[in-house]
Design a protein around this ligand. Structure first.
Ligand code: NAD
Length: 258
């Protein structure tokens, strides 16, 4: 049922975003990927998506720049024909205590992890209303529901995404558009790998201890969530079976927030 639809996925040159793009392409969805990275690696990923038999395009919009975001949505409509599915996924992390937290990291995390979703939704919702169908999926986090020390900006942004998800869901409830947030626990991606040294420094423990005693300590299954598991939930949310699921924060966190 998703064949021929089009999706814009922010922050999809790596990790969970790339897994969303692959899973949707496997369902016949044309995809626009976005994010940073070496041009040759992005082109290899784009070709890999096209090899799944769909149209795949790359847009380099910086999620801190509202004008580039507006242009990205307009380009997706022009080149893919529609924006049926929007996945707000771009995100960064910085770990530091409140007294040391750099102002520029606060601003960047709020811009990329929260404000970018406001701007994409603002431009995509009118297109979805016009088409009479739409799916918006926000990658939130277990940190949309609970907090951890050293992550003030990330936790604030993800709690903000929860509010944005619920509000846009209510505003589009009669338009055959659903808006939901997926709240993963720790997923093994470059974002998690990169925060291990800082967490070790903040807490005064080794990197191995961070992995096993801090990250997986929060996750009762003692296993990292996989990017494929997160992507399969997103594909389900795009189906007709999920048409009545809107405004929800769906946990996939190995029991963390239970
Ligand atoms: P990742 O670092 O692998 O991917 C992040 C993506 O965002 C990359 O494609 C990167 O290029 C892109 N990006 C960063 N800054 C950008 C900007 N200014 N403009 C456009 N793109 C930008 O990380 P990931 O773990 O796959 O994270 C993806 C999302 O999942 C994030 O929102 C993150 O908060 C969330 N999340 C991750 C985990 C986890 O454990 N990995 C858990 C819960 C939620």
């Amino acid at each position: 049922m998703l064949k021929g639809k089009s999706a814009v996925i922010t922050g999809s040159t790596s990790g969970i975003g790339l897994a969303y793009a692959k899973a949707l392409a496997d369902e016949g969805v044309n995809v626009m990927i976005n994010g940073f990275g070496p041009a040759d690696e992005i082109e290899t990923e784009r070709k890999g998506l096209e090899a799944r038999g769909v149209k795949a395009i790359y847009n380099a919009a910086d999620m801190t720049k509202p004008a580039e975001i507006a242009d990205m949505i307009a380009t997706a409509k022009a080149e893919l024909g529609s924006v049926d599915i929007l996945i707000n996924n771009a995100g960064i992390q910085h770990v530091a205590g409140i007294a040391e937290f750099p102002d520029e990291k606060w601003d960047a995390i709020i811009a990329i992890n929260l404000s970018s979703a406001f701007h994409t939704c603002k431009h995509a919702v009118p297109l979805m209303r016009e088409a009479g169908w739409g799916r918006i999926i926000n990658t939130a986090s277990a940190h949309a529901k609970v907090a951890s020390p050293g992550k003030v900006a990330y936790v604030a942004a993800k709690h903000g995404i929860a509010g944005l998800t619920k509000t846009v869901a209510l505003e589009t409830a009669e338009d055959k558009i659903t808006v939901n947030a997926i709240c993963p626990g720790y997923v093994w991606t470059p974002l998690v790998e990169k925060q291990i040294p800082d967490t070790a420094r903040t807490r005064g423990i080794t990197e191995e201890q961070v992995k096993h005693d801090v990250l997986l300590a929060a996750q009762p299954t003692k296993e990292f969530v996989t990017v494929e598991q997160v992507a399969s939930l997103a594909v389900y949310l795009c189906t007709d079976g999920a048409a009545s699921i809107t405004g929800t924060l769906l946990s996939m966190d190995g029991g963390w927030t239970a």
